[in-house]
Design a protein around this ligand. Sequence first.
Ligand code: GSH
Length: 285
Amino acid sequence: MGMETFIVRVYRRDGSDPKRMAGAVEIPGVARVIPFDSLVSLERILSAHKSERKAMEASTTVEETSSACECKRFVFGVKLYQAQMTPSCRKVRMFLHEKSLSVQMEDATEGFGLSTHFVQRYPHRTVPMLELEDGTQIGESMAICRYLEELYPEPPLFGTGPLNRVLIDIWERRAYLEGAGAFEEVFRNSHPLMVNRGLAGTSEPVPQIPALVERGHGRVRRFFAKFEQRLNESRYVGGDFFSVADISTLCAVDFGRFVGLEIPEHCENLLRWYKEVSFRSSASA
Ligand SMILES: N[C@@H](CCC(=O)N[C@@H](CS)C(=O)NCC(=O)O)C(=O)O
C-alpha cells in the first residue's frame, strides 16, 4: 500500500503560511543535510531516496530564526485533493492538524467550481478526495478521517471504548446531516454562485428551489436548538473529550456563519463551546 510516515520537525515563525514550510531534511546514511522549500520539494527529496525509505526517519530543521516549533508527521505518497473554502475539506485539514499529520495537498478548483483535471480524474466530482500511491481514491471526508485514524490512532478522535465511540458517531452524523446539511440547503438554493448547482457531485444542472431555503432555515433553527441542549449536558459534542464530532460541528457552524446564519445569542452553551474549540490551533486549518 506504500504509505510510510516520516517524523518531520518543523520550525517556523508564528503566523507564517504553513504551505510555505521550509527546512532541511536529514536522511540516515546521507552525509549532508538537504534543504527544501516546500512540502512538494520535501516529497521529491524523499522520493529520490526511495530505496532507503524503510530504514529512513527524516527530521528537518529550518535555517530561519523561529519562535514556534511544531512536530509534524509527513505522510509520504498520498495526495489530498481539496478546496480551501469548503467545510468538508476543512474537516479533513483540521483532523490532520489534530493528529500532527501533514500531507501533500492539491487545489482541485478552477474558478468557482472543480477543475476539469480533477473531475476527469475523479468522477464522483466532490472534494475532499485522498489519493494513495497505488491510485486508490478515498472520497467522503469522514471515510478519509477514519482511514487516517486507523493508521494513526493517536490522539484518538473517534473515541475510545464502545459507548464513547458510538456517541461520537451519533453526534458527528447529526452535525453533518442536520447542521452542515441545513446550511448547505440554504446556501445552494439561494446563493448566486450556486445557480444550477443545487446539488454537489453531478455535472447535470440542478436548479435552485426557493422553497428549500425556507425549509433550510427551519432545519438550521432545530440544529441550533438540539446542539444547545447537547452542550448543556456535555463539554464537547461527543462527550468529555474533543473529537471528530466537534470538528464536524465547528465546520458546519462556521459554514453557517459564512452563509450569514450565526449561532443565536440565547444559545449560551453552544457559544461557550464555539469559543473553546475555535481557539484550538487546528481551527485555522
Ligand atoms: N459527503 C461528502 C460531501 C462532499 C461535498 O459535497 N463536497 C463539496 C464541497 S463541501 C463539493 O465537492 N462541491 C463541489 C461542487 O459543488 O461542485 C464529504 O463529506 O466529503
